[in-house]
Design a protein around this ligand. Structure first.
Ligand SMILES: [Zn+2]
Length: 54
C-alpha cells in the first residue's frame, strides 16, 4: 500500500501499487507524479508471551 497526499485538495489517497495513473479520488486530479510514501503494515513479529514460559 502506498500513500499520496493530493497537493490540490490535501486529502490522503491510498493505492495498492504505483502502476499507471494515480487519480485523486476526491478531486480527480492526476497525482501520479506526486511523491508517495510506502505504508507500513502493522505486523506483530515479536509477540510477547504473556505467560513468560516456553
Ligand atoms: Zn485531490
Amino acid at each position: 500500500m502506498y500513500l499520496k497526499i493530493c497537493p490540490v485538495c490535501g486529502n490522503k489517497s491510498y493505492g495498492a501499487d504505483l502502476k499507471g495513473q494515480w487519480i485523486c479520488p476526491y478531486c480527480g486530479s492526476d497525482i501520479s507524479k506526486e511523491p508517495c510514501q510506502p505504508l507500513r503494515e502493522r505486523k506483530k513479529d515479536k509477540e510477547v508471551n504473556p505467560n513468560g514460559t516456553n
